[in-house]
Design a protein around this ligand. Sequence first.
Ligand SMILES: [Zn+2]
Length: 293
Amino acid sequence: MGRWSAAIDPAWLHHEERPTAARLALQWLGTAGFRVVFGEGGAEHHVWLDPHLSRHSLAEVALTRLRPNLQRIAADVDRADAVAVGHAHFDHAIDAPEIARRFDARLYGSASMMEIARGYGTPEALLRPLVPGVTVNDGPCSLTAYRSQHSRFAFGRVPAPGDVKAPLRWPAHAKNFRVGEVLALHLAGGPLTVAHLGSADLIEAELEGVQADVVLACTVGRQATPNFTHRMIDALQPQLIVPCQWDRFWRPIDAPPLQIPTNDLEGFLAEVRRHPRAPDIKVLPLRGWLTLA
Ligand SMILES: [Zn+2]
C-alpha cells in the first residue's frame, strides 16, 4: 500500500465489541472525536472529547451554514456526563453544544467554545471555561487543559484564526468557528491517564512534568510540525498511541474510512515504531472501542 494511499489496510485496525465492565475504555467516532468511559465502581461516567458526528459533506462545509445533525447525534450518543473541546474549529466544536444541552452535560473548553455554545442556547449553568493548568473534577475524572498550538498545515497558517468573541449566530459558516485558544486535554482519575491532542502540534514547555499513559493524537497536518511524532512521545511518554483525525471526516460514518489525502498514517506508524520508547499503537475503525483497563 503506497505512502499516499487513501485506503486503510484492514490489518491495521483493532476490532473490539463495546465493553460492558471496563474500568476505563474509549471509543473513536472519527475526526478527533472520542468518548472516554470511566467505569470504576460499576457506575459509568462518559466524557466526550471533540465530538464530531455531523460529518457534513465538503460541499456543505464550503457552501452552506452548518448546524449539528441531530439524527447523527441521537444515533451515536446514548449518554454524556461531560464534553471537553480542545479547539473551536467546526470539526471539533460543532456538536458539543447540542450534546451538552441534550444530556445536561457540563461543557468544557476555551472562551471561544463557550461563545459557540452560548449562541446555540446551551444553558449557561453547563458552561465551564477551562483555565490552562487548573484541574477540574468531573465525577471520577480529573480534567486539566494545557496550552497547546494548532498545526500550521494550511500554507504555513492556521485556518480560521482568532477567537469567537460573541455568541455565535447559528447556523454558521465553517469559517466562523474560529480556532480560539488551543488546548491539550489531560484526563486523570482512572487507572490510566489519557491525553488528547486535537491538532498535530504541542508546546513542550507547557507539558513539563505531564505524563500520559495513552495519547489520542491527531495525525493530519503533522508534516507541518517539525518532528511532531517524536516530540509528542518525548513530552508525554505514553505506553499507547491512538491516532485520530486521519479519516476523511466529510464522508458518512457508515462508509469505509479513507485517509485524508495528505495524512500518511503509514508514515506516522513507522515514526512511532522508530522511537526508542516504541509505544504500542491502536488504530481504531470508526465507532471502534478499546478497553484500556
Ligand atoms: Zn483545527
